[in-house]
Ligand binder design. Structure first.
Ligand code: NAD
Length: 257
């Protein structure tokens, strides 16, 4: 029987790349996103490619909706094997200006969303008595905090923290919990970050912030969704069975840990 993976925030960006790779690896894939229009487009595209893919619109920041997402996967495909907590949002604000709304939004989606995803998936794996894999989206910003990305960096440090705690608590159930930490990928997220950084600095033009960050990458190019998907594919496979609690960098040589 084919294994089943959920990828949150997979209507576009890195999540879509990850979902496509897992589908090519032979997984049934549950696409999830809050953006219904894009989600349905992606579902159609995946079905057109012959993938076993179904879509579920929900909000990862809602505990109940994360439970419903896992239940949907089980109803559609019989069981759950891999949970990729990919959905995430950004904000660009100087430390003196960060306000309550930004903190609430980013922590709700990036941190609460990841934790609720871990909980819902782990409970399902225990119910099935199976060795599931949980894979969370961290970031280079989960290893090093960046200027004007204070809230975002704090949420990704939290993701790394929950990854470690969950790995320790769930190890005796045969559940592994790891995270992937991308560097600089040209998705809608970086388009937004670039635009916001330019607003904060008069000497920058659109594209300059992205170019400046990318120029520090030792392997000489920015990241593609397939670069991230390669690591997630490994973490979703049996080849990673002896790895847990790790937040692994995939950044072309940017942050060294
Ligand atoms: P993106 O903005 O291109 O895509 C994120 C997707 O998540 C979107 O489709 C969006 O609709 C969805 N989403 C947002 N809020 C949601 C919610 N509440 N519930 C469900 N879905 C929601 O971003 P991306 O660049 O593809 O990033 C994916 C993940 O990788 C994020 O967690 C991000 O923090 C992380 N990451 C990205 C980069 C990068 O360079 N792009 C670097 C490091 C880490």
């Amino acid at each position: 029987m084919s294994k089943t993976a959920i990828v949150t925030g997979s209507a576009g960006g890195l999540g879509k790349g990850i979902a496509e790779r897992l589908a090519n690896d032979g997984f049934n894939v549950v696409l999830q996103d809050i953006n219904e229009e894009l989600l349905l487009e992606t579902e159609k595209e995946f079905k057109g490619k012959g993938f076993n893919a179904v879509a579920f619109r929900s909000d990862v920041s809602k505990k109940k909706e994360q439970e419903e997402l896992v239940q949907f996967a089980v109803t559609e495909f019989g069981q759950l094997d891999v949970m990729v907590n990919n959905a995430g949002v950004d904000a660009v604000t100087s430390i003196l200006e960060i306000g309550e709304d930004e903190l609430k939004k980013l922590f709700s989606i990036n941190v609460f969303g990841t934790l609720f995803g871990i909980q819902a998936a782990a409970k399902q794996f225990m119910k099935q008595n199976s060795k599931g894999k949980i894979i969370n989206a961290c970031s280079i910003a989960g290893h090093e905090s960046y200027e004007v990305l204070g809230t975002y960096s704090a949420t990704k440090h939290s993701v790394r923290s929950f990854t470690q705690t969950a790995a320790k608590e769930l190890a005796d159930k045969g559940i592994t919990v790891n995270a992937y930490c991308p560097g600089i990928a040209k998705t809608k997220m970086w388009d937004r970050i670039d635009e916001e950084m330019v607003k904060l600095n008069d000497s920058l033009e659109i594209g300059d912030a992205f170019a400046e960050f990318s120029s520090a990458i030792k392997l000489g190019r920015y990241q593609e969704p397939t670069d991230v998907a390669n690591l997630v594919s490994f973490l979703a496979s049996k080849d990673s069975n002896y790895i847990t609690g790790q937040s692994i960098l995939t950044d072309g040589g940017l942050v060294y840990r």
